[in-house]
Design a protein around this ligand. Structure first.
Ligand code: GTP
Ligand code: MG
Ligand code: NA
Length: 465
């Protein structure tokens, strides 16, 4: 099938930014939902996905587009929500690697914060076009609500004092971005630095609560995707699919949330997934999505599909899915394919990762929640710690008794200091914890990578004394 500008797939949009800047709230505004208030501690802890139909984009931008007159060519939009909390670097990294365009959300009252800068770095490293939402504009003193209006219209209705505060805060954000090497400007004041022919980043003031500027963000994203990414967004039939999350759902068993970027995924397909113990081949028994404009991570009245077309977030039902790893690719065995080739291809990232490990005979066990986190942790231990911490074994997911047995061998090999598990963002079975005590294995757990390094260094210092 020839690719064509008349057959674009949905752009995948990721929302990134520091904790509590209003990422989920912004999505709630567009969805007309209230996901954010249902979150434990008001904190997002997993990757989400919401599909917006073209007609939703049209109605939500209608007022602004009456004057802008942008022709919408994208068939919809798939938006990935990410957590802003510092311990979820791996999920932000996964989000930024999957997306076509991004919204970087900044709290106008706080300016750039630690994870804003981290997100910025990720987006630039991957060359992702993005807009910056200067959110919580309604917090400017004396702000007069202009519900769901385009931002320029909303600003026109404000008093001089409010405008002065807004201008001053927007300038602060611009200066802070400049310090990070990013040129930016309020998007309607860009002139020759128009985002479409320069590297200038458009700034859009928004309120996720009262809705000012939300139309502007949506319309800009559509324009950006259409102008900068037309080639990339031409749909093609080769399946391109990645695991977002693996989850148990009542009544469905273990399910895998995947992002189908291109191609089709069908019920009955023989799909190949990656696990730490090797590839698994399983028949797809069901494909579910939430209704349009509903968050995939919230349980809902799922829609059953016989076949889905990218780009879309889909919940896959099948057997033996419990060990599938988030962040890994999914492939389908076609009529002309050798199953063994497909298996090797699905496993290739992990095989490379294991290859990097093979040299070290003495070292600690490193266990993480996902492949992405494991990669980040290994790189950190190897390159950012002085001296490097040697690693002899790796694992994904909960720590079991067998993991303790594996690493306790370091005691017998004369390396008691390496009879240690460095566990990032994973649970430890009670049995494993007890057994570790018995076998003189230390388990160090943390949900922030460098805390593991601190713990291990302190322990090594104590050993020396
Ligand atoms: P994490 O996912 O945990 O990183 O947070 P988040 O960026 O998704 O922020 P969230 O949507 O959870 O909002 C954080 C808090 O800010 C909530 O109490 C929201 O009600 C509030 N908030 C978000 N956007 C706005 C806004 O535009 N104006 C005002 N006044 N409050 C907002
Ligand atoms: Mg959130
Ligand atoms: Na939050």
């Amino acid at each position: 099938e020839a690719r064509s500008p008349d057959d674009l797939r949905c752009p995948i949009v990721v929302i990134m930014g520091h904790v509590d800047t209003g990422k989920t709230k912004l999505l709630d505004k567009i969805r007309k939902t209230n996901v954010q208030e249902g979150e434990a501690g008001g904190i997002t802890q997993q990757i989400g996905a919401t599909y917006f139909e073209k007609k939703t984009l049209e109605t939500q931008t209608a007022r602004l587009n009456a004057t802008e007159k942008v022709e919408l060519k994208v068939p919809g939009m798939l938006v990935i929500d990410t957590p802003g909390h510092e311990s979820f670097t791996n999920l932000r990294s996964r989000g930024s690697s999957l997306c076509d365009v991004a919204i970087l959300v900044v709290d106008l009252m706080h300016g750039l914060e630690q994870q804003t800068i981290e997100s910025l770095t990720m987006l630039r490293k991957r060359g992702v076009p993005f807009v910056v939402a200067l959110n919580k504009v309604d917090r400017c003193y004396g702000w007069k609500t202009a519900k769901d209006t385009p931002i320029r219209e909303a600003l026109k209705g404000q008093d001089e004092g409010t405008l002065m505060e807004f201008r001053s805060r927007a300038t602060d954000a611009k200066v802070q971005l400049q310090e990070q090497g990013v040129n930016s400007n309020l998007y309607w004041e860009m002139g020759d630095d128009d985002w479409s022919n320069s590297d200038f980043i458009p700034l859009v003031p928004t309120s996720a609560v009262t809705g000012e500027g939300v139309q502007d963000v949506l319309l800009l994203l559509c324009q950006m995707a259409q102008k900068k990414l037309e080639e990339k967004l031409m749909w093609h039939a080769n399946l391109q699919c990645t695991v977002l999350e693996v989850k148990a759902i009542d009544g469905l068993g273990m399910t895998v949330d995947v992002l189908v970027v291109n191609g089709h995924l069908k019920e009955g397909d023989r799909a190949v997934f990656c696990t730490l113990d090797g590839p698994i081949v399983t028949e797809i028994r069901g494909l579910l999505t939430p209704p349009p404009s509903r968050e995939m991570r919230i349980k809902s009245e799922y829609i059953h599909h016989k076949s889905v077309k990218g780009a879309l977030g889909v919940k896959v039902i099948g057997n033996n899915l419990d060990k599938v790893m988030a962040g890994t690719p999914v492939m389908v065995v076609g009529p002309d394919d050798e199953e063994e080739d497909i298996k090797a291809e699905v496993m290739s990232d992990l095989t490379k990762l294991k290859g990097k490990l093979s040299t070290e005979k003495a070292g600690v066990l490193v266990q993480a929640s996902t492949l992405g986190a494991l990669e980040a942790l290994l790189q950190f231990l190897r390159e950012d710690t002085k001296p490097p911490i040697p690693v002899s074994a790796i694992g994904i997911g909960t720590i079991h008794k067998r993991d303790i047995t594996k690493i306790s061998i370091m005691n017998e090999k004369g390396h008691p200091e390496y009879a240690t598990v460095l566990a990032f963002d994973v649970d430890v079975e009670r049995e494993a914890r007890e057994y570790a005590q018995e076998m003189n294995v230390r388990i160090m757990t943390a949900d922030i990578i460098y805390h593991l390094f601190d713990q291990f260094t302190r322990f090594m210092d104590e050993l020396k004394q």
